[in-house]
Ligand binder design. Structure first.
Ligand SMILES: Nc1ncnc2c1ncn2[C@@H]1O[C@H](COP(=O)(O)OP(=O)(O)OP(=O)(O)O)[C@@H](O)[C@H]1O
Ligand SMILES: [Mg+2]
Length: 582
C-alpha cells in the first residue's frame, strides 16, 4: 500500500522484501461471503452519496477527501482512504485519508510496496489480513492493520488507484455489505472524479480561450485606429466618386437637353413629288435598324430627314445625338465621339462620355461624315463592325446599342477615288442611301416653305405679315438656291426683320452671287484649303461685318451652317476682327 512520511528517505523503503509472505496467505476475500452480513443500509448509503454529490457541486477539489471521510463513516472503519498512481505509474500516493492514518496523507511509495499494486494487477476487490507479513514496510505504519478491504478505483475505465478501509483491531470484521458499499462509492467517486477532471480540462480550455480573446482584443484595439482611418479615407473617396457621378450625370442631362432642344419639333414642309419620294423611303427605313446614308447639297434638310427617321423608329423615346464631324477640331474627334477617361490626355481633368455613349439606346447622326479624318474613319469602321468602342485612355471595350445615320454633301464616290474617304466605310454606311433633292429640283415646295418661314419669323419678331409681293414670289421661284432651304430660310428671316409692311418683299441683292458651295469642295481638316474659298469667306465676312451666325451673318450669305463656317475660319486662320472693326 504505502509508506508513511517522506518515503524516499524512509528506511523501510529499502527494507528487505525477500522474506515476504505469498499473496494467498494474506488474502481472505472469500471470507466476505461466508461471514454473516448485516442488512443493506440504503438510506445511509444514499445520504453518503448525496454528500459526495454536494461536495462535488460545492468544492470539486475536496471530492477525494469527502470520499475518504464517507468510506470511513459508512464502513465504520478505523482508517479509510484513497491511493492514486503517480503519472509514471511507478508509485502510489495517499491522495486522501480519514481516521487513524489521516496523518499519513500525501505520503507515497513504490507500486509493489503495498497491496494496491496487487489489487490493480488482479483488477478486483481484495480483503487482506495482516498484510505487514507480505509488505514488511507496513509494519512501521501504526496502528497496524488487522484487516484491509480494497477496491480498484477507475477513471475513464482505467484503474488508477484503490479505495480502501482498514480495521486496526478486532473490533469488527468487514463483510459483504461493506464490499457492496465500498464498490458503490467507488463507482460514484469514479464518475465524480471524472467530472472534476472534465471541469479542470474545461477550466484550462476556458482560460486558454480567455487568453486568446484578450490577445484578439489587444490586436483589435491595435488595429482599430488604422482601420478607422482607412474607413474614413474610403468614405471620403466614395463621397468624391458620388459627386463625380452626379456631376457626370448632370453634364449628361445638360448635353441631352442641348441636343434635344434644337429639336424634333421642326416640320418637314413640302409636297413636291421628289420630296414625297424621299418621305416614302423614310417611312420604309425608319422602323428598321439599318444604317442610313443621307446625301444632298448643303441646306437641303438632311438633318431634318435624319430626325424624322429617328422619330418614326422604335428608338424615338431615346436620344438623338447629332455630331457635326466638320466642326470638331481634328485632335478632339476621338474623344468627342467615344469619350475619354480622366487623365487620358492633358486637359482631361475628368471622365467625359462621348457622343456614342450619350446616344445609347437611341440614334447618332454623323453629319458631314465626308469630313472625318482618315484615322477616325478607320476607328468608326471598327466601331460599326464590332458594335463596340473604347473611351480614349480607357481599358476596355464598351458595347453599344446605337443606330447610325450619316449624312454628307460631298460626293463620297469622288472622295473614295481621291483617296480621302475609305471605300470600306462607305459601304458600311451606304446600307440604305437616301438622296435629298436640291430645292431647285422641287420648286413647287417654295411657296409652302415661304409661308411656313414667314409665319415662324413674323411670330418671333411680333409682326403681322400677310404675304409676299408678286415680284418677290417670282424672284424666289426663279432663283437657283445654291444654299437650298437654309438659304431660303435665312432670306425670309432677314426680310421679316427689315420689313415695315405687311407684304414681304425681298432685295434682289441678297440673292445674287451666291453660287458658292464650299463643303462640297474641301474639308476643314484638309491641310491646303483653296485660297479661292478663303477669298469668298472673307468677302462674306466683310459684308456681314465679321458676324458668322444669324440671318445677316456670313454663314447665311454663303448658305452653309454657321458651325461649318466657324470651323473653316479656324482652319484657314481667318481673323474676323478687321471685318468687325471695318
Ligand atoms: N422640308 C423642310 N421644311 C422645313 N424646314 C426645312 C426643310 N428642310 C430643311 N429645313 C430647314 O433648313 C435648315 C437646314 O436644314 P438641315 O440642317 O437639315 O440641312 P442639311 O442638309 O443638314 O444641311 P448641311 O448639309 O449644310 O448640314 C434647317 O433649319 C431646317 O430646319
Ligand atoms: Mg446638316
Amino acid at each position: 500500500m504505502i509508506a508513511s512520511g517522506n518515503s524516499r528517505n524512509d528506511p523501510f523503503e529499502s527494507s528487505n522484501q525477500i522474506a515476504a509472505a505469498p499473496l494467498e496467505s494474506i488474502v481472505c476475500t472469500q471470507a466476505l461471503r461466508n461471514r454473516p452480513s448485516r442488512s443493506p443500509e440504503y438510506e445511509k448509503e444514499t445520504r453518503a452519496l448525496a454528500a459526495l454529490a454536494r461536495a462535488l457541486a460545492d468544492s470539486p477539489r475536496t471530492i477525494l477527501q469527502t470520499l475518504a471521510d464517507k468510506v470511513f463513516e459508512m464502513l465504520n472503519a478505523d482508517s479509510a482512504g484513497l491511493s492514486l498512481l503517480t503519472k509514471d505509474e511507478k508509485r502510489f500516493y495517499w491522495a486522501a485519508v480519514a481516521g487513524a492514518w489521516r496523518p499519513h496523507v500525501g505520503a507515497d511509495a513504490p507500486r509493489n510496496f503495498g497491496p494496491c499494486g496487487d489489487v490493480l494487477d488482479h483488477n478486483s476487490p481484495m480483503l487482506f489480513a495482516h498484510w505487514e507479513r507480505r509488505y514488511p514496510y507496513l509494519s512501521w505504519v501504526m496502528p497496524l492493520a488487522d484487516e484491509g478491504l480494497l477496491v480498484p478505483f477507475y477513471v475513464n475505465g482505467k484503474a488508477v488507484g484503490t479505495i480502501w478501509a482498514v480495521a486496526h483491531g478486532n473490533r469488527r470484521k468487514f463483510d459483504a455489505e461493506d464490499l457492496r458499499l465500498l464498490e458503490s462509492m467507488s463507482r460514484f467517486a469514479s464518475a465524480a472524479y471524472q467530472s472534476v477532471q472534465s471541469i479542470e480540462t474545461l477550466k484550462v480550455e476556458v482560460a486558454a480561450r480567455e487568453k486568446a480573446e484578450t490577445a484578439l482584443q489587444e490586436l483589435t484595439d491595435g488595429l482599430e485606429i488604422p482601420v478607422r482611418v482607412r474607413t474614413e479615407e474610403l468614405e471620403q473617396r466614395n463621397k468624391e466618386v458620388k459627386q463625380l457621378q452626379e456631376q457626370l450625370y448632370k453634364e449628361n442631362i445638360v448635353l441631352r437637353e442641348e441636343i434635344d432642344k434644337a429639336s424634333m419639333f421642326e416640320e418637314l414642309v413640302g409636297s413636291s413629288e421628289p420630296l414625297r419620294k424621299v418621305l416614302l423611303q423614310v417611312a420604309k427605313v425608319a422602323p428598321t435598324e439599318s444604317t442610313v446614308l443621307i446625301t444632298g447639297e448643303t441646306g437641303t434638310g438632311k438633318e431634318l430627314i435624319a430626325r424624322s427617321i429617328h422619330k418614326r423608329s422604335r428608338r424615338f423615346s431615346r436620344a438623338f445625338v447629332s455630331v457635326n464631324c466638320a466642326a470638331i477640331p481634328y485632335s478632339l474627334i476621338a474623344s468627342e465621339l467615344f469619350g475619354h477617361e480622366k487623365g487620358a490626355f492633358t486637359g482631361a481633368v475628368q471622365r467625359r462620355l462621348g457622343r456614342f455613349e450619350l446616344a445609347e439606346g437611341g440614334t447618332i447622326f454623323l453629319d458631314e461624315i465626308g469630313d472625318l479624318p482618315e484615322d477616325s474613319q478607320h476607328t468608326l469602321l471598327r466601331v460599326l463592325q464590332e458594335r463596340e468602342f473604347e473611351r480614349v485612355g480607357g481599358s476596355g471595350p464598351i458595347h453599344m446599342n446605337v443606330r447610325v445615320i450619316a449624312a454628307t454633301n460631298h460626293n463620297l464616290e469622288v472622295a473614295i477615288a481621291d483617296g480621302t474617304f475609305r471605300a470600306d466605310l462607305f459601304y458600311r454606311l451606304n446600307v440604305f442611301p437616301l438622296e435629298v433633292p436640291a430645292l431647285r429640283e422641287r420648286r413647287t415646295d417654295i411657296p409652302m416653305l415661304v409661308e411656313y418661314f414667314i409665319h415662324r419669323y413674323a411670330k418671333r419678331a411680333g409682326k403681322k405679315i400677310r404675304g409676299i409681293s408678286k415680284e418677290t414670289s417670282n424672284l424666289l421661284q426663279s432663283y437657283d438656291w445654291p444654299g437650298n432651304i437654309r438659304e431660303l430660310q435665312n432670306v425670309i428671316e432677314r426680310a421679316v426683320i427689315v420689313s415695315d409692311s405687311d407684304i414681304l418683299s425681298i432685295d434682289e441683292q441678297w440673292l445674287s452671287g451666291r453660287a458658292f458651295r464650299p463643303p462640297a469642295v474641301t474639308s476643314p481638316h484638309t491641310s491646303a484649303p483653296a485660297t479661292h474659298e478663303k477669298d469668298i469667306i472673307e468677302a462674306a465676312l466683310s459684308e456681314s461685318k465679321g458676324r458668322v451666325a444669324g440671318p445677316f451673318g456670313a454663314a447665311a450669305r454663303l448658305g452653309v451652317p454657321s458651325s461649318t463656317l466657324e470651323s473653316k475660319i479656324k482652319v484657314m486662320k481667318i481673323n474676323k476682327r478687321p471685318f468687325k472693326e471695318a
